[in-house]
Design a binder for this molecule. Structure first.
Ligand SMILES: [Zn+2]
Length: 358
């Protein structure tokens, strides 16, 4: 027998319902809608949901733990597929949704398996209809393009009831990366601290201070005072088993950290790794449009976790006739977090991101 309720399509909820407001959040309550009880997710049960609303469609699982009066119930939101060509997080979330036993959960889990479903089927990083990047276009608009409406949906309906937001990413098909995470360094002190302490509970070795404010979790942290993290594992558009498993472990470690769930010993019995904190990340942007050839220097340093040194060449750009356009050098000692593996690059796009070591 399954512990899941039947799959439902959530398009008939009341979009004008009030949600439980948080005193520290300012938003338009009249616009806010979805509540767990409207989806009939009773304590101790799990509900598969397919959100179809305002032209968007998002597969999700809502899990309502059994109430425990001794503990404060938390709502933990996890999203994958914000960049839908980044696969390991999507697979990890599907598995997590299946593994969690609602009778042993304390609080609420809202798992959005693939936020940008049209992009997933199109194998695109963006929302195909409008080219919207769901990690840099928040807060969106209720009457805007599809991408803007997805962002608006989360701002109005999901973030206000979240106590923590975890967003899962990977390197895209043309990105190689070091396993790392971002926390909202510029958020209100208590929000920054909750996020940072959660980062320490993950199994991710590189902890990067982020100053972004218009992405999914970063908008919620900076403007709605919801703490959160963005995790990065895996690269090159691949979906290796080890990465899926590692994301599952990060989620399990965070659930344990928040005293929400501790019934995945195979994922949590080994303590998390040691952390390196990087307070400044340097983004090397292209000054040319052309064909980008990263040097072996980068490829080797990221594979070996080795430093690149100030002044070392990172790569060069040519045009389509093989004519040289420019060299690119490291401007400081650092560790490479990710780079564009080539070949196409346009002016202003990111070539290499590396962390400056103090
Ligand atoms: Zn991403």
């Amino acid at each position: 027998m399954s512990d899941k309720n039947y799959y439902i399509e959530a398009h008939d909820f009341n979009p004008n319902a009030k949600i439980i407001s948080r005193p520290d959040i300012k938003f338009d309550e009249a616009e806010a809608g979805i509540k767990l009880h409207e989806l009939h997710v009773k304590p101790g049960t799990k509900q598969l949901v397919n959100f179809k609303f305002n032209g968007l469609e998002i597969p999700a699982t809502f899990i309502h733990g059994l109430h425990d009066d001794n503990k404060l119930e938390k709502t933990f939101v996890i999203t994958a597929g914000v960049h839908p060509d980044e696969y390991p997080g999507i697979a990890a979330l599907v598995r997590t949704a299946n593994k969690i036993n609602p009778e042993k959960l304390n609080g609420h889990l809202l798992l959005f398996h693939c936020v940008n479903l049209p992009g997933f089927w199109a194998r695109s990083r963006f929302v195909p209809e409008d080219g919207f990047n769901l990690n840099s276009g928040y807060p969106g608009r209720p009457d805007g393009t599809l991408g803007e409406r997805i962002a608006d949906f989360f701002v109005k309906n999901i973030f206000p009831q979240a106590d923590f937001i975890l967003d899962l990413h990977s390197g895209s098909p043309t990105e190689r990366l070091t396993t790392c995470l971002f926390y909202p360094e510029d958020a209100r002190k208590d929000i920054r601290d909750i996020s940072f302490n959660a980062a320490m509970a993950t199994d991710i070795p590189w902890v990067l201070a982020s100053h972004a404010k218009d992405g999914e979790y970063s908008y919620a942290a900076n403007y709605m005072n919801v703490p959160g993290l963005l995790l990065e594992r895996g690269y090159a558009g691949q979906c290796r088993e080890e990465w899926i498993r590692a994301f599952e472990r990060d989620i399990a470690l965070l659930l344990k950290h928040f005293n929400m769930y501790d019934d995945l010993p195979e994922l949590t019995n080994i303590p998390p790794c040691r952390k390196n904190i990087c307070e400044q990340t340097f983004y090397l942007a292209s000054k040319h449009t052309g064909l980008w050839y990263p040097d072996e220097n980068i490829v080797n340093s990221i594979m070996e976790g080795r430093l690149i040194r100030k002044g070392s060449r990172l790569g060069h750009i040519e045009n389509f006739y093989g004519e040289f356009l420019g060299d690119y050098y490291a401007e400081a000692d650092g560790i490479i977090f990710y780079y564009t593996s080539g070949l196409a690059i346009r002016e202003g796009e990111m070539l290499v991101a590396y962390g400056l070591l103090n």
